[in-house]
Design a protein around this ligand. Sequence first.
Ligand code: ATP
Ligand code: MG
Length: 632
Amino acid sequence: MSLLPESRARIERSGYRALLAVPLVAHDRILGALAVGDREGRVFTGDDQQLVQGFADQAALALANAELFQETRARLNQTRRLAELSQLVTSSLDQRLVLDFVAEAALDLLEVDLARLWLVEGTDGHLRLAASRAVGELPVEGGVELLPPGAGLAGWVVKERRSRSAPDLLSDPQVFQKDWFIKAGIVSQLVVPLVAGDAAIGALVVSTRTRRVFDREDVELMEIFAAKAAIALSNARLYRDAREAYEQLARAQELLTQAQKMDAVGRLAGGIAHDFNNLLTVIIGRLDAMLEDLPQDDARRGDLDLIAGAAERASALTRQLLAFSRRQALAPTVVDLNKVVADVSLLLRRLIGEDIEIVTTLAPGSAPVRADRGQVEQVLVNLAANARDAMPGGGRLTISTERVEVMDPPPPGVDAASGTFVLLAVTDTGHGMDADTRRRVFDPFFTTKEVGRGTGLGLATVYGIVKQHDGHIAVDSSPGAGASFRIYVPLAEGDTIATAASAAPRPAGSETILLVEDEQQVRSLARQVLEAAGYRVIEAALPADALRIVEEWPEPIHLLVTDLVMPQMSGRAVADTVCRARPAIKVVFISGYSADAAELATDLEGPGRGFLAKPFTGRALALKVREVLDRH
Ligand SMILES: Nc1ncnc2c1ncn2[C@@H]1O[C@H](COP(=O)(O)OP(=O)(O)OP(=O)(O)O)[C@@H](O)[C@H]1O
Ligand SMILES: [Mg+2]
C-alpha cells in the first residue's frame, strides 16, 4: 500500500506493526477514517475487516447526526433572532431598545467578537455610534464616536449602500482609526448598510479578533437582519420625532391660550383702572388741598383722614389692576436685582413672621435689569405673602438671583427666546399645589383661600409686571413639595445702575409751565397746585391747542407738563413736536395708563424729562416739576 512519507513515519513511531483502516462514510460522504493497530503484528482477516467496518459505519452515522444537530441548532437560533427582530419591528417604538437588541443579536448570530451600529446624523452624513456590544474583555470604550461623512468602512457602506467584507481590516484602504482596531485586537470585519425606504440610515458593523472570511451565507444573513433592523429603527425614529413635535405643539398651544386669556382679561381690567385713576387723582388731590388748608384741630379732619385712607387703598387696588393688565406706566431704570432683594428681604421679615427662615443667595457681583423698582418690590412681596400662606407651620423661603443663558428651545414652561437673563427664583417649603391649581395660579381672581383672605390678584399682578418687563415666569410645584417661582428678566448689561436722586429739590418756582391734559378736573387740580407753588401756568385741553400756544407764546416756556394718553395725539408726540420748536423746554409726563407697553420701556425719564404716575398728590407733582426743572 502506498502511504505518504509523514504517515509512514508516524505509524512507525507509534510502534504498531499491523494496521487496519476503514473509511467513515455517512450518506455517501466520507467523514474520516477509523484505524485499529497491533504492536505484535498480524494479518487482518476478512472477518476483522467486516467487524471494524461495522463499527465505523455506526460511528459515521453518529457523527453525521451530531453535525446535523449542531447545524439545526444554529439555524434555529438564527430563525429565532430574526423572528424576535420582526416582532420588534412591529411592536417596539423605543429606539434604545431596538438598537441594543440589534447589536446583541448580531453578535450572537454570526458569533463575532464585536457588533456596533452607526447611525446617520444630521443632513451632511456624519455617522454617530449608536450601540456597541462585545464578547469578553474587548476595550469597546474609547475610539471616535462621530465619523466624518464617508469615513471608514461604515462611511463607505452608507454612501455606496453595499455590504463590504474585510478579512484583513488593517490593510483595507478604507480603514479609519486603525490604532483603535489594533488596540482592540480586531482583524476582520463585515459591514452591511441599514436601508429604510430609500434612505441609508446607518451601518451595522461586526468584527472578529481572529481572521475570518465572511462567506456568502454570512453576508446574506446579515443583510436580511440589517433590513429588518433598519425598519425597526426608522419606525422608532419617526415615532420619536412625531412625539417631540406633538409635545412642542402642545406646549406652545398652552402658552398661547394662557397669554390670550390674560390679554383679554387684562384689557378689561386696564380700561376700568384707567378711568378710576382719573377719578382718584381728583379725589386724592382735592383731599390733600383741603387737609392742608384745614386747621389742625378742625373736627372734620377725622372724616377727611378716613376718606384719604380709603382713597389710598382704592388707588393701591387700581395700581394692582393696572400692573396685571400691563397698562400701568412704568418708570424703568437700571436696577440691581441683588440690591432690591437684599433691601426687600429686610422688609419681608416683618411680613412673614418668625417661624419662617429667609435665605438669600445672590448672583456674584450685580444683577442689573431694566425695571421699575417699585414693581419689582411688589413682585417679591406678593410671592413672599403666598409663601407665608403656604407655610402656616413655618419653613424656609429662599430668594435667589442668578445670571443665566436661556437656550432655544427654552426650559419647560418658559416661552423665552435665547439670551442672557437674570433669573429671580422664590422658593418655599410649603404645602405646594396640585397640577390643577398650578395651571391656574396666574388667573386673576383665582384663589384657593377662604373668602376675605385672598382676592386672587397676587400672582396675576406678578404675571403682568413680569410680562411688562419683557420677562417670563414659570412655576414648579407639587403637593407637599413646596413651590418655586422662576422669573427671567433680560439682563441690562452695559447700562449704569441708577442711584437715588441727589440734591433735595425745592417744591416751588416761578417758571412758565404749559399744562396739557384732556381731563378737565385733573387739569384744574394740577393748575392750582402749580400756581400755588408760584409757577405761571398756561393750560391746554387738547394737543392742537398746545401746539398753537407753543408757536404763538411770545415768552420762554420752561416746562411742558402733559398727559400721555389723549385724543388726537399722544403726549409723547406733543412733547417731541414742542421740543423741536423750543429745544430748551423740559417735559414732565403724567399718566396712569399707557396702551402701548413698548412705549413705556423707552425714555420717559431722561436728562430733560420726567414721569409721574397717576394718581398723584399735589406735593408729588410740585416735587417732580421742581426736580425736572433743576436737571441739567
Ligand atoms: N407658594 C405657594 N404655594 C402653594 N400655593 C400657592 C403658592 N402661591 C400661590 N399659590 C396658590 O395660587 C393661588 C393664587 O395665588 P394669588 O397670589 O394669585 O392669590 P391669593 O394669594 O389667593 O390672593 P391674593 O394674593 O390676591 O391675596 C393661591 O390661592 C394658592 O392656591
Ligand atoms: Mg397671593
